[in-house]
Structure formats: structure tokens, C-alpha cells
Ligand binder design. Structure first.
Ligand SMILES: CC(C)(COP(=O)(O)OP(=O)(O)OC[C@H]1O[C@@H](n2cnc3c(N)ncnc32)[C@H](O)[C@@H]1OP(=O)(O)O)[C@@H](O)C(=O)NCCC(=O)NCCS
Length: 190
């Protein structure tokens, strides 16, 4: 294994993450036990690519072994408007039932600017080398450095609860169930 280098591709070619993102989507679908069909439909083309292209402020870090991408993290920071509280993305249209919480809890007054820790994935043979920690730490510090940000959400799909302890190490705590438990939101105040 060559020395791993981390590259910031936030202003560059998101295609680098295609294979890694598709592996993450498959991993999540395989773990899922509730509306697995919806997770099975998720791909680089319908999730990461459009999200990256429309994100206001974003950070994508990729870990390379030689020329091969072996892990990545994607986070974004966005200004929040009241309609975002009720926003149901296309992929969730078959899950959503009226009255369910979506991406923000009801009791919380919407802050004007939030961070979202969107994706992290390290190829299995590269796990346990502190790459996940390093990538997470860097994007969290980046989000914290953005003016006006008050908190960061991370969303965990059903069945992937084992990753929750990893996020808790960074100070994320349970916030609420999204779409009746299809995913669970964790929150970190900054
Ligand atoms: C979760 C993941 C990103 C962690 O990356 P990693 O490079 O293997 O983790 P690191 O080597 O940086 O570990 C950092 C610390 O977190 C701990 N840790 C790693 N994975 C953990 C997990 N799933 N639960 C609890 N702790 C975990 C490590 O033991 C280590 O602790 P230490 O500092 O006390 O030794 C990686 O396992 C992964 O890609 N998982 C599959 C994809 C996934 O679930 N992504 C999240 C989607 S919401």
C-alpha cells in the first residue's frame, strides 16, 4: 500500500467518486430492512452528482492510494429557508406520509445556515487506518469555519446503526426519525 494522500476535489471532477459512491449506496441498501427498494435505487447519478452540482458551499475530500480513489467524504453548507423544512425529495415521494418529520425537527427553530455531513465511505480494505477520522475531522472543521453556521446534521439510513458510534465520537447526538424511521438524523451544535 502506497502512502495515502488526501485531495480536495470540491472545485473539480466529482466523477472521481462514482465508483465509491455506488459502493456506499449498495452497502446501505444491503444493510437496510425498511423500504430497501428505495435505497436500491440510489446511485451516484441520482444522489451525489446532482447534490454536488446544486450545493451552495461544498467540500469533497478523496483519499487516494497511488492513483486509485479509496475513500471520500462529502459535506455541504446551505442557507435554510422555511420551505426546506417541508421539502420532500423525489426519491422519498413513495415513503413520505403526511405529518412525518423530514430533515429538520419541528421543535427546533430553523437556523439560517446549516451543515450537512452527507457521505463518508472508506473501501473495506482501507478501513481502520484512521482515514475516516481524518476525512470527517477535516470536513467538520470546514463546516464550523463557515460564517453563521449553528449546527450540522448527519443522516443514517435504516440498518446502518453500527456507524452511529463513529459519529458520536465527533459529538453528534440523536435528533429525530426522518420519514418514519427510513433514516435517522443526528445533530451536532457548533
Ligand atoms: C465508518 C467509516 C467511514 C469509518 O472509517 P475508518 O477509516 O474505518 O475509521 P477510522 O480508522 O478513522 O476510525 C476512527 C475511530 O473510529 C472507530 N470506528 C471506526 N468505525 C466505527 C464504527 N462503525 N463504530 C464505532 N467506532 C468506529 C475506530 O475504532 C477508531 O477509534 P480509535 O480512534 O479509538 O482507534 C468506515 O468504516 C466506512 O466507510 N463504513 C461503511 C460506510 C458507512 O457506513 N458510511 C456512513 C454512511 S452514513
Amino acid at each position: 500500500m502506497a502512502k495515502i494522500r488526501i485531495q480536495d476535489i470540491s472545485g473539480g471532477n466529482i466523477e472521481i467518486c462514482r465508483e465509491l459512491c455506488n459502493e456506499l449506496m449498495t452497502y446501505q441498501a444491503d444493510k437496510s430492512h425498511f423500504r430497501t427498494d428505495v435505497l436500491q435505487e440510489m446511485t451516484f447519478d441520482n444522489r451525489l452528482k446532482p447534490s454536488f452540482e446544486s450545493a451552495q458551499m461544498k467540500k469533497v475530500l478523496v483519499a487516494f492510494d497511488g492513483d486509485t480513489p479509496v475513500g471520500y467524504v462529502y459535506a455541504e453548507v446551505s442557507d435554510v429557508t422555511e420551505d426546506l423544512k417541508y421539502y420532500v425529495p423525489d426519491w422519498a415521494s413513495s415513503i413520505y406520509e403526511k405529518g412525518q418529520l423530514i430533515f429538520y425537527p419541528d421543535e427546533q427553530k430553523l437556523p439560517s445556515r446549516l451543515g450537512t455531513f452527507n457521505n463518508i465511505y472508506i473501501k473495506p480494505q482501507y478501513q481502520g487506518l484512521k482515514l475516516g477520522y481524518q476525512l470527517s475531522n477535516e470536513v467538520i472543521e470546514w463546516m464550523k469555519s463557515m460564517e453563521g453556521i449553528t449546527g450540522i446534521y448527519v443522516y443514517v439510513s435504516n440498518g446502518n446503526e453500527e456507524v452511529v458510534d463513529f459519529y458520536k465520537r465527533f459529538g453528534f447526538e440523536f435528533s429525530h426519525e426522518v420519514f418514519g424511521g427510513f433514516i435517522t438524523a443526528y445533530y451536532k451544535k457548533v
